[in-house]
Design a protein around this ligand. Structure first.
Ligand SMILES: [Cu+2]
Length: 149
């Protein structure tokens, strides 16, 4: 009877020790998880753009046009992970570069092109379509990424 009680008491001690360990592990995992999340950089900021087109006629009846990025200016924060989602509406294809950010890509009609970057310097960086660079080629198709501190 006495022996049986000792075993039960010992089992109870083991049970309490195991329970304490499980709770401690749970608290640690939760704390560690929270710490991991808070040490992550802030979420990615997403900007939606489309390719558009301006059309007009000169006084002598000549048709002129220019493709555009819309919106034409995007203001982003230095050090913030940024994603541009550019959907092709007007124009078959727009291969582009954002030279200062080391980005290049191409937007196709009916599709969305995504580019991601984290700017590490302030400035105004053009996003330039290589097909429609100037007025003679259906441009100038240029937008501006403004990086603020
Ligand atoms: Cu273009």
């Amino acid at each position: 009877m006495f022996k049986s009680f000792v075993i039960k008491k010992r089992m109870l001690q083991v049970f309490i020790a195991a329970l304490a360990l499980i709770i401690a592990a749970g608290v640690y995992i939760k704390w560690n998880g929270a710490r991991t999340v808070s040490s992550q950089p802030s979420e990615t900021r997403i900007f939606e753009l489309v390719t558009g087109e301006f059309k007009s006629k000169t006084e002598d009846g000549k048709e002129i046009e220019s493709y555009v990025w819309s919106p034409g200016t995007i203001i982003v924060n230095k050090g913030e992970r940024t994603e541009l989602r550019i959907s092709g509406v007007n124009g078959i294809s727009h291969p582009f570069v954002i030279e200062e950010l080391g980005i290049e890509g191409e937007v196709h009609k009916g599709k969305t092109t995504k580019v991601t970057f984290t700017p590490d310097k302030e400035g105004i960086f053009p996003i330039l379509c290589l097909t429609h660079k100037d007025m003679h080629s259906g441009g100038p198709m240029v937008g501006y990424i403004v990086v603020e501190d």
